[in-house]
Design a protein around this ligand. Structure first.
Ligand code: CP
Length: 318
């Protein structure tokens, strides 16, 4: 967690700023939150009196609902800002919007924005905490954390990911998930490789790369499929989606080669028939709904880490 430039509360903007110790701390906290979530009444008073505001300037299903649920399970009050129904439509600036909401008494902003860097700008305008819920092509740290937590629980790797081989496959160039998830896996010691056509890799990839999925498939413990981000592509970066699927998709033939222990992951939303051309419910190692479920515990851990201030996770709150 980083202090804000304005000297306010801690914020979570990227995995790099969180660091390896911070990732490990969130993993351990998420274990406690998962235990809370298994209780008949999955609610604790840890953040009673705190207010968490979701400000999403870009569409979301998983992240927005997951943060809202996480905040409520910690007994925080929640506010949701709907950009499409706001005074942004009357020309109000982003800064004035944030300062207006902040004046109502907000302890943490959860921010999704289509422009890379927007959460950093917002962090400089408010003394509240800021959690990056996805900015442009850049970062999606809580996705990275929930993916790491999913591997940790599924493979029983609480001590770290040494020797775990993970292939992140697809549109790395446009993917904030690829950057944050690779950073979270690597922080815990995994060997990560990006598998993509050169046109879908950034100029300076943060991990080793290959264009040969079939050449690495049998060595992987985790096959992480990325969404083809058609809305972010401004040029023809693959000859056709059919050819992309043939070279980089999880086809029935590749699924048949996977050992039973191999985890198959995807951040959602999926392009069925493109990056995943099989029914995930028929794969023994499919983690896709587990990732969504784990997202609540991990986002509870993040909010508690930022706002908890030494509160306990005692039972029986309402
Ligand atoms: N994985 C993810 O960020 O999904 P949403 O866009 O639905 O939040």
């Amino acid at each position: 967690m980083t202090p804000t430039p304005s000297g306010g509360s801690a914020s979570l903007l990227s995995i790099d700023e969180l660091g390896a110790d911070g990732v490990a701390r969130i993993m351990d906290l998420a274990d406690h939150m998962a235990e809370v979530n298994r209780r008949p009444n999955p609610k604790v008073p840890a953040l009673r009196g705190k207010t968490v505001c979701n400000v999403f300037f870009e569409d979301s299903t998983r992240t927005r609902l997951s943060f809202e649920t996480a905040a409520k399970r910690l007994s925080a009050d929640t506010m949701t800002f709907a950009a499409s129904q706001s005074s942004l439509n009357k020309g109000e600036s982003l800064r004035d919007t944030i300062e207006t909401i902040g004046a109502m008494g907000v302890d943490a902003f959860v921010v999704r924005h289509g422009s890379s860097g927007a959460p950093w700008m917002i962090d400089g305008w408010t003394t509240a905490s800021v959690v990056n819920a996805g900015d442009g092509w850049h970062a999606h740290p809580t996705q990275g954390l929930l993916d790491a937590y999913t591997v940790r629980t599924a493979l029983g790797r609480a001590a770290g990911f040494d020797g775990v081989r993970i292939g992140i496959v697809g549109d790395v160039k446009h993917s904030r998930v690829a950057r944050s998830t690779a950073a979270a896996f690597a922080a815990l010691g995994a060997d990560v490789v990006f598998v993509a056509p050169r046109t879908l890799l950034p100029p300076v990839p943060s991990m080793p790369t290959t264009e040969d999925l079939d050449g690495v498939l049998d060595d992987l413990d985790v096959l992480y499929l990325l969404r083809m981000q058609r809305e972010r592509m401004t040029e023809a970066l693959v000859p056709s989606l059919r050819e992309y699927t043939a070279r980089f998709g999880l086809t029935p033939e590749r699924a048949a080669r996977l050992a039973d222990h191999v985890l198959v992951m995807h951040p959602g939303p999926m392009n069925r028939g493109v990056e995943i051309a099989v029914d995930p419910s028929e794969l023994p190692g499919a983690m896709i709904t587990k990732q969504v479920a784990n997202g609540i515990a991990v986002r509870m851990a993040v909010l508690f880490d930022i706002l908890g201030g030494g509160a306990s996770l005692e039972k029986g709150a309402r």
